[in-house]
Design a protein around this ligand. Structure first.
Ligand code: GLV
Ligand code: MN
Ligand code: MN
Length: 393
């Protein structure tokens, strides 16, 4: 049976975990793997205008039952975030085919492109382009750390960048979407349950702070003569920690000095802030407080700062009727919220959408320690099969 072990050698990061970015060579390997696995089950594979892959069981059509997830990862990510939902979808097809089930409704497994935004900075690229939440021109202009534009990367991966953008046909084909995902926390561990259903997603976004100062010599420049943007960035890191109170979250996981030399005062520092809260107002207040502190710190150091919003996702409450139907089908499994973003969250603004979570004993995610026991993954695939059978009959 197809499993995560199939992917264990793909995109291995020497620093630990996996680095699998959208439209990269590694992504092409993953896409090829998915196409082969789907075809092996008699599914018809197609790629949409935005590079998302669809595997149809039976003829494609409107209002389909759709399941799947993503295959890309954060830099140095775990094995489960994304691929588990794709593998479980294929396993669910195996289980249903084994039961002699044939979907009455159109049925597809989808792989969304670049969910993590690990390469181009902006998350849920495939689903946000498809739904029109992300403007195609803005997407084409995104660049990766090597200066390669999304348009160039898409073209190199065989996706015509001029056709990126809102895809009404693809959207109409989704009647309901169910994404299975490893839990990113210890909610199910504490509840002693292998599988749960999602209730909500926090509001979240990414902001780029560009601090500019004066590049100069580390030895020859007196401390009082410096305009060092690293100091303003460092003050902003601490300000973010202080501002994130009342269950809001602020993270700086990416800070890039230019040019980046031990004996060089940087001329520029780019700092990426990930901010999350229960609603838009609290998220925006949090970012405003951090931006104000950044402005003060930059002025103190004789530097300038410019803040750009790179991505924002509204808070999500998943469709209550669908959520309850899943809980009933699965015999009363727990319902729990998440602080992580998902393509399911993007689609939830357009179609009834639900998520299943699989217990993660470490509670860790976006790191190599992310984990789920094989038995729990199998339980998740069974639960997904039961849910899909109920929805597609
Ligand atoms: C994706 O996993 C995110 O929450 O950023
Ligand atoms: Mn993730
Ligand atoms: Mn994910």
């Amino acid at each position: 049976m197809t499993g995560l072990a199939d992917l264990a050698g793909v995109g291995v990061d020497r620093r630990g975990g996996f680095t699998r970015h959208g439209f990269s060579g590694v992504d092409l390997e993953l896409r090829q793997w998915f196409a082969e696995e789907a075809r092996r089950r008699g599914l018809d594979v197609e790629t949409d205008r935005n590079g998302n892959m669809w595997a149809w069981w039976g003829p494609p059509g409107e209002s389909a039952v759709v399941t799947g997830s993503h295959l890309d990862s954060v830099p140095g990510g775990g094995a489960f975030d994304g691929p588990l939902g794709v593998v479980a979808a294929l396993q669910a097809v195996d289980l249903l085919q084994g039961r002699g089930f044939t979907p009455v409704k159109p049925f597809a497994v989808v792989v969304f492109v670049e969910e993590e935004g690990g390469r181009f900075g902006s998350g849920c690229l495939g689903s946000r382009l498809l739904t029109g939440a992300l403007d195609a021109d803005a997407a084409r202009r995104l660049t990766d750390p090597d200066g390669v534009s999304l348009a160039e990367a898409a073209r190199a991966a065989g996706v015509d960048p001029t056709r990126l953008g809102r895809d009404g046909d693809a959207l109409r084909r989704i009647g309901v979407f169910v994404e299975l995902h490893v839990e990113q926390g210890r909610g199910l561990v504490d509840l002693g349950a292998p599988v749960g259903v999602a209730s909500s997603i926090l509001a979240h976004g990414r902001w780029r702070f560009r601090f500019t100062g004066e590049g100069n010599h580390a030895g020859a420049t007196l401390m009082g003569d410096r305009r060092d943007p690293m100091l303003a960035a460092a003050a902003t890191v601490l300000a973010a920690r202080r501002a994130a109170v009342d269950n809001t979250r602020a993270t700086i996981g990416r800070l890039i000095p230019t040019p980046g030399g031990t004996n060089v005062i940087p001329s520029r520092v780019d700092l990426w802030l990930d901010a999350r809260a229960h609603d838009t107002r609290r998220t925006r207040d949090l970012v405003a407080a951090i931006a104000e502190a950044a402005g003060r710190a930059a002025a103190d150091e004789g530097c300038a700062v410019e803040v750009t919003e790179e991505y924002y996702g509204d808070p999500v409450t998943f469709d209550a009727g669908l959520r309850d139907r899943l809980v009933d089908t699965l015999g009363g499994v727990p319902v729990l919220p998440t602080g992580a973003g998902h393509d399911a969250g993007v689609l939830a603004a357009h179609v009834p959408t639900a998520m299943l979570f699989v217990r993660n004993p470490t509670g860790v995610s976006h790191a190599p320690e992310e984990f789920a026991e094989e038995a729990d993954c199998a339980e998740g695939a069974r639960a997904l099969a039961d849910v899909l059978a109920e929805l597609a009959r």
